[in-house]
Design a binder for this molecule. Structure first.
Ligand SMILES: *[C@@H]1O[C@H](CO)[C@@H](O)[C@H](O)[C@H]1NC(C)=O
Ligand SMILES: *[C@@H]1O[C@H](CO)[C@@H](O)[C@H](O)[C@H]1NC(C)=O
Ligand SMILES: *[C@@H]1O[C@H](CO)[C@@H](O)[C@H](O)[C@H]1NC(C)=O
Ligand SMILES: *[C@@H]1O[C@H](CO)[C@@H](O)[C@H](O)[C@H]1NC(C)=O
Ligand SMILES: *[C@@H]1O[C@H](CO)[C@@H](O)[C@H](O)[C@H]1NC(C)=O
Ligand SMILES: *[C@@H]1O[C@H](CO)[C@@H](O)[C@H](O)[C@H]1NC(C)=O
Ligand SMILES: *[C@@H]1O[C@H](CO)[C@@H](O)[C@H](O)[C@H]1NC(C)=O
Ligand SMILES: *[C@@H]1O[C@H](CO)[C@@H](O)[C@H](O)[C@H]1NC(C)=O
Ligand SMILES: [Zn+2]
Length: 419
């Protein structure tokens, strides 16, 4: 019998556990961006003139957007230091990837070059190493779960070297595990639901412990059975989506009622089940898995009004046993937007799934929309993404907290070229 665990997720947890951090140490010496940490250069005032601005639904007629230091200013074009000609261009908020696993500090540069200005990592087994991704002014902003609750007998635990002291055991104390994660600086908690992973009663205890701290909890759940376990106790953000069947209406209504959101990570399923089916056994998808369920479930959740967040499960470059897996950072988020549109979201809804929606549901109210006072995380496009979602890849300029990132990707077809 094949394991009903989505092995890529295990690989990703391991990335954070072992692979990436052995690289990260060397990277500190070699890589410039770490020097930028906490350094805020004087920025002054930038006016982007005659640009059409995404308001969540459509693009406004041409107007001027002013960046004042790290935020969007009110309309006042006096004393401008830099003027940008926005004629014929389209301004959207910086994009967010709500499910990622970083490998090395240069990943932040790659992400920024694709206009991705905030990422949410979904596991961290070495807090010192994860902290190195935080606070690089002018680069993509980083948030992370802590050591996720991985069951001691689970596939994740067997195949990857999660320290026994961090594993979840049948008699583990939920409050202690949750406290450890948040005392180590986790931004939210993560539970890895799979065969021999935490049970429903463990899920209930963990969710309760997280909520009693006023924090949010995410859960890996890539099959129907696991998704139900995650939905029932009110886990805030189920990650992935069932690949082996259709969600029933009562589960979806429950998500609505409990104010849950979904980060379906269509990209990783599309990769494993469609683009390179030879990877499917390696990914451990259960018997009967089919991308049609992934697509239909996203469409269903969306039609019922469950908030959908764009996330990729991208892993970047990993050396070793899994070097054959190709799920790069940056371009995959643009790919996710294309797949969300394919599943039934409008282009505007897909862009919102990577901007205002994650800002709201990850409770980061300082970003995700273009409005006075918000962080100046901006992506200027040459083409209209509401006419063709692929135009999010047609990048002109990128700003993170008001600082322009010079080396943006100009390759509209990067995904195609690389595939
Ligand atoms: C921006 O312009 C103002 C007014 O001309 C000037 O006082 C300020 O020093 C400039 N700031 C930068 C960072 O160049
Ligand atoms: C701005 O760009 C447009 C389109 O390329 C061009 O026609 C216009 O002359 C430019 N305006 C300025 C002030 O350079
Ligand atoms: C955690 O990461 C830090 C920084 O890279 C490293 O020095 C340390 O050895 C790592 N700890 C473990 C247990 O791998
Ligand atoms: C998991 O932990 C429990 C309790 O410590 C133990 O009884 C069980 O044998 C463990 N399972 C595996 C597969 O290690
Ligand atoms: C951080 O996590 C480790 C492992 O879970 C735990 O032993 C330690 O007590 C935690 N640190 C704090 C300050 O809670
Ligand atoms: C529908 O979903 C709920 C979870 O909300 C689950 O408990 C129930 O068993 C499901 N019903 C069917 C018929 O699968
Ligand atoms: C610009 O980005 C590309 C792609 O990430 C990279 O190969 C190149 O070295 C970067 N150039 C500079 C000057 O940073
Ligand atoms: C967007 O790009 C993808 C991948 O390159 C391609 O398959 C698709 O047809 C394009 N979609 C549109 C609407 O042009
Ligand atoms: Zn993941």
């Amino acid at each position: 019998m094949r394991v009903s665990t989505f092995l890529l997720e295990a690989l990703l947890s391991a990335t954070s556990a072992s692979v990436c951090f052995s690289h990260a140490k060397a990277a500190v010496r070699d890589i410039a961006p770490l020097n930028r940490r906490s350094y805020i250069p004087p920025i002054g005032k930038t006016a982007i003139k005659d640009v059409r601005v995404f308001n969540g639904v459509e693009f406004t007629p041409p107007q001027t957007i002013v960046i004042e230091d790290d935020h969007i200013g009110s309309f006042d074009s006096r004393d401008v230091n830099i003027t940008v000609n926005g004629t014929g261009k389209f301004l959207i908020p910086g994009l967010m990837d709500s499910h990622i696993h970083l490998s090395q500090p240069t990943d932040l540069e790659l992400l920024t070059s694709y206009g991705i200005t905030t990422v949410f990592q979904m596991s961290c087994f070495n807090y010192t190493a994860c902290d190195m991704f935080r606070g690089h002014t002018g680069l993509c902003d980083f948030y992370t779960a802590g050591a996720s609750a991985v069951g001691n007998g689970s596939s994740h635990s067997k195949q990857f070297n999660v320290s026994p002291s961090l594993l979840w055991y049948p008699n583990s104390d939920a409050v202690e595990y949750v406290d450890n994660a948040f005392n180590n600086g986790s931004d939210y908690y993560k539970i890895t639901v799979e065969d021999d992973g935490p049970t429903l009663s463990a899920q209930v205890a963990l969710v309760r412990a997280v909520h009693s701290l006023g924090k949010q909890v995410m859960s890996h759940a890539a099959t129907i059975k696991d998704y139900y376990q995650v939905v029932e106790p009110g886990t805030n953000g189920p990650q992935h989506i069932p690949q082996d069947g259709l969600l029933n209406t009562s589960a979806i209504l429950k998500m609505k009622q409990q104010h849950q959101f979904a980060t379906p990570t269509m990209t990783v399923f599309h990769y494993g089940l469609v683009e390179d089916p030879t990877k499917a056994p390696q990914l451990g998808s259960p018997h009967g898995s089919d991308y049609k369920y992934v697509r239909a479930n996203v469409g269903l959740l969306h039609s019922f009004g469950v908030p959908i967040l764009a996330g990729t499960d991208s892993i970047g470059q990993i050396e070793g046993a899994y070097s054959t897996l190709t799920l790069p950072h940056g371009e995959t988020l643009h790919r996710e937007l294309q797949l969300l549109v394919d599943a039934g979201l409008s282009e505007a809804e897909a862009i919102s799934a990577a901007t205002s929606v994650p800002a709201q549901w990850h409770q980061m109210f300082d970003r995700g929309v273009i409005a006075p006072g918000k962080r100046a995380d901006l992506l200027l496009l040459n083409g209209n993404p509401l006419e063709n979602i692929n135009n999010t890849m047609d990048i002109s300029r990128v700003w993170v907290q008001g600082i322009e990132y010079a080396n943006v990707t100009k390759n509209r077809n990067a995904w195609e070229d690389q595939a």
